[in-house]
Design a binder for this molecule. Structure first.
Ligand code: ADP
Ligand code: MG
Length: 599
């Protein structure tokens, strides 16, 4: 709206420039061209049509929404619902631009409670395809069928049909060949539709959704009303079982709830992070970043979790009218939402992280069952996350309360038995046998030590008598120079010495005997690869922890192992190293008994 007006002006002035000073008269566009341009804003590809039609179905109070597409949606898209239908005398009007039943006054625009409200979708779809809509409202005896092609009503007739609405869209973009050319393969277009359906299934677990492509079922949900069931339908049981619940808090204006995956599930893209604002599926870089931060050091680098997050707040506190397809929204208090999201995700992860368990030995397939999983009631101290200081969180009872004390956020007390292959520490605990990776565990310990020190600006550093000289390419050296302050915060005091040479003058205490050059090189390499969310501070913490930790292959005395295990027990997130790999695995007593045939 406002946005497209601005964009129009920009195009206009660009054209004036290319045409020099010659006079170009202003003309009103013919209606047909104007409606094609308007349609272009909303309808970009088949998935845009599906989005508008299922939103209409949901707004109509449907309890089921069935979607069928052919050839990725370019040949046919059909959406059927059992919603309220459209009264026969209103059917034609529904296709007029800016015709809507959802908005009556300007005031309501700031208090939107429906998915649609602009009255543009049907008009836009009909401008660039052949549409057949058949519908019946509960009060009408017969239904109505209307055909619209290229924006022109071709036919209206009475039909018999159940209450509800079905819309069939054929030959999308038949009259806008450039749009057609931009479409990808059928599989890609169908993939977008499947992703969309998944998002709506997750947003509205009480509705039954189905999607078929070329007659083959792609997705179907049961509409039980439970978000967990929807997650199961979309991602399958294996993922669902690894999801951790963020319960909905009552009585708050702003609440964040849903499910986040535990550290064992991760994906190569952000594709499976679903953000829902008052059940509207949105994209928001800043909130995605907040979630990524909450997973900091829990997942391997450049991996992403599976997340379904509902953000519920009064409609007046969010502007949904800022984007042509409403994929972005504007919060009145974005910082509050950011903090709420980050805190909700982080708290859940910290309270419920589990030790991975050896799934099977000797070819036996039984894994660890949810029943083995402990009910653990931690009272944990959140480290200062810069979002309001450390605080004590209340108790949390795990899923399926009852059982041994094995899961949970902190480690139980462990008794060291010995070392294996100079790499693993064997220990006994209330949950059975634990195998601890000495390097990974020590990395975790170092990481938490260093982060705490860095947060308090109290890193223990040591000046080097002889500064170390590190040679890098001039470009990389320059990159480091731009971040010397962040490096100093973790105890790495570096100063440029011209033409790619850097002088390292001081290092964190534990790095004194270590390979400073390698650590710095690794950090720079990561910075070079790192995307927009790269943080020098975080990466420096990870790299330094790795370079100051005990290596695999190092023999440890019993006392050294005990110290290490005690320190790991004190960590806030003891189960993974800062790269996201497990620090320990476990074999339950139950498993041992089964393996030895005692049960
Ligand atoms: P909007 O959704 O913004 O109101 P649309 O162009 O999508 O605009 O739809 C126009 C109107 O047609 C809606 O306001 C609604 O009254 C009616 N309508 C469209 N689709 C349906 C449907 N599936 N069930 C009932 N009414 C519908
Ligand atoms: Mg609509």
């Amino acid at each position: 709206m406002g946005k497209s007006a601005v964009r129009g002006t920009m195009r206009w002035s660009a054209r004036r420039q290319t045409q020099g000073s010659s006079f170009v008269p202003i003309r009103l566009l013919p209606p047909e061209l104007a409606s094609k341009i308007a349609a272009g804003e909303v309808i970009e590809r088949p998935v845009s049509v599906v989005k508008e039609l299922i939103e209409n179905a949901i707004d109509a109070g449907a309890s089921r929404v069935d979607v069928a597409i052919e050839q990725g949606g370019r040949r046919l898209i059909r959406v059927e619902d059992d919603g309220c239908g459209i009264a026969s005398d209103q059917v034609e009007l529904a296709f007029a631009r800016h015709a809507t039943s959802k908005l009556a006054s300007a005031d309501e625009l700031y208090d939107i409670r429906t998915l649609g409200f602009r009255g543009e979708a049907l008009a836009s779809i009909a401008a660039v395809s052949h549409v057949t809509l058949s519908t019946r409202a509960a009060d009408d005896e017969t239904g109505t069928r209307i055909r619209v092609a290229g924006g022109q009503v071709a036919r209206v007739e009475a039909v018999g049909r159940p209450v509800g609405t079905g819309v069939t869209v054929e030959h999308l973009f038949y009259n806008t060949p450039p749009r057609l050319k931009f479409l990808r393969t059928d599989a890609t277009e169908a993939g977008h539709v499947a992703r969309l359906l998944s998002a709506y299934a997750l947003a509205f677990p009480a509705l039954r959704f189905s999607l078929t492509h070329g007659g083959r079922s792609v997705l179907s949900t049961t509409g039980t009303g439970s978000l967990y069931d929807a997650i199961m339908a979309v991602y399958g049981l294996d993922v669902a079982e690894e999801m951790l619940e963020i319960p909905r808090a009552d009585g708050q204006e702003l609440s964040v709830w849903g499910y986040v995956s535990g550290p064992s599930v991760h994906r190569s893209s952000r594709q499976d992070v679903t953000l829902l604002v008052n059940r509207r599926w949105i994209q928001d870089n800043s909130l995605s970043y907040a979630i990524g931060e909450a997973y900091q050091s829990l997942l391997p680098q450049r991996r992403h979790p599976v997340v379904v997050l509902n953000i519920t707040l009064p409609p007046r506190d969010v502007d949904v009218n800022v984007h042509p397809t409403k994929r972005e929204v504007r919060f009145q208090r974005p910082r509050e939402v950011f903090v709420a999201v980050q805190r909700a995700v982080r708290t859940t992860l910290m309270a419920q992280g589990n030790v991975p368990v050896i799934a099977h030995i000797g070819g036996r397939e039984e894994g660890w069952t949810a029943g083995d999983r402990a009910a653990y009631t931690p009272s944990l101290l959140l480290p200062d996350d810069g979002l309001g200081g450390g605080e004590v969180r209340g108790a949390w009872a795990g899923p399926g309360a009852g059982g041994d004390l094995v899961g949970g956020e902190r480690l139980p007390m462990l008794r060291v038995i010995g070392q294996l292959a100079q790499t693993y520490i064997l220990a006994e605990g209330p949950g059975g046998l634990y195998l601890i990776d000495q390097h990974a565990a020590h990395e975790r310990i170092r990481y938490e030590e260093l982060s705490t020190q860095a947060q308090r600006a109290a890193v223990v550093t040591q000046e080097l008598l002889e500064p170390r000289v590190v040679e890098l390419s001039p470009r990389l050296a320059e990159l480091v120079e731009e971040h010397v302050e962040e490096l100093a915060r973790v105890g790495l005091v570096v100063s440029p010495f011209g033409s790619g040479t850097l002088l390292v003058r001081a290092v964190p205490q534990h790095l004194v005997g270590g390979d400073v050059e390698a650590a710095l090189a690794e950090l720079v390499e990561a910075a070079e690869e790192g995307g927009e969310a790269f943080s020098w501070l975080d990466q420096a913490l990870v790299t330094l922890s790795c370079h100051t930790a005990i290596r695999a292959g190092q023999t440890l005395s019993l006392d050294e192992m005990r110290d290490l295990v005690r320190s790991l027990e004190r960590c806030a997130l003891p189960h993974t190293c800062p790269h996201g790999r497990p620090t320990l695995i476990q074999m339950t007593r139950d498993q041992l008994e089964r393996e030895f045939g005692r049960r």
